[in-house]
Design a protein around this ligand. Sequence first.
Ligand SMILES: [Zn+2]
Length: 386
Amino acid sequence: MDVRSCPVCSTTFGPDWSTLSRLAAGGEPVATHVCPECTLAWTGRPQFRVDTCYRSRVWSRDAGGLLESGDGRVTAGPPEHRADLAAARVSDLRRAFAAVRTRRRVRVLQVGLSAGPVVHEAGRGLRVNAMALEPWAPWANAARAHATEVHQQTLESWRRRGMFDVIVEHDLLPHLCEPLQHLRTIAGRLAPAGVALIEVPNLLRAAGLSDEEVLSTARPFWFTPRALVTACKRAGLTPFHLAADERLRVLCRVAPPLAMTVPGVLASEVVDVVRGNDTRLLLKRALFRTGATPSALQMAAIVHARCTRRAVRADLAIEIATACERTSNFEAAAHWLEVSMLDRPDPEVAQTLATLELLRRRVRSLWLDAPAANDPMPSGTARLAS
Ligand SMILES: [Zn+2]
């Protein structure tokens, strides 16, 4: 076994690390393990140079903006979806600006431009001095077209003196071989009342099949909220705001480093969540391909019955209900929604169930009121007579 340790909490790699997957994207035989202490997920052996790590972002999709469609495919979504994501990032940055305590112009540094020059948009109407670091020439040039000052370097190699009131970065940390050192460098560049906004994709909400579309040596680390907050605290950044959906965002201030691991989800639970999502997605794709035929529903019921985790079972039941609804099998759809509620009561599902019940009643009354064309009984005549 390799003697190496977690780059966030220094726990030595060993048999107590959970194996999340033995394969990575593209069928690469590279395993992903989850640290038992801080729950950082680690694919392969990230022992590259820093500039190579920065370059690996170019081959990674923007995980924060991926969308799962009705057939289970994962895409970047339509232009409106991408516009919503850009607006959400501007809103995050405005929250950081609002938390800065300074009377001077706000000095802003964006590290990496994979998400585009968001500072330009967020700083509209504010007194902001912005600059960016981006070693990848196409992204650097695109930002310069928006009149952003860009230095074509990594944060680690940048020698210019200066402190900043706001430092922001998107999905850079998971690509770096030394994420903790990177956060320490950010802490060293942050003014005493300044704010760092760090965004990374959330492993617990990652879209796609883990070993085909999520885990990759191009992005060797995936963070949970627990791993990200732990990394920040150990690097001398104290988070005072955390938002977690498909993207994890923390707003931090400089503080003395704390050699601690914050409480939160366990490594075994991380594995359950990721594998549960894989099962759900495989079932969703299979049901979309075959339709909710009796044999497909029988297979789906077996998958559901074998699942031991309640949250995953609830998700599976909802996928089965959706497939039934698609073929107008409202009776079966209602049944599976009810089954999902046994594992996880959910007001939205209850609302859908109520709507479905109305629909079922309407369909039933239509059948009762309108005689079938091949009805052998002269019920139409009888009704007309009555
Ligand atoms: Zn760790």
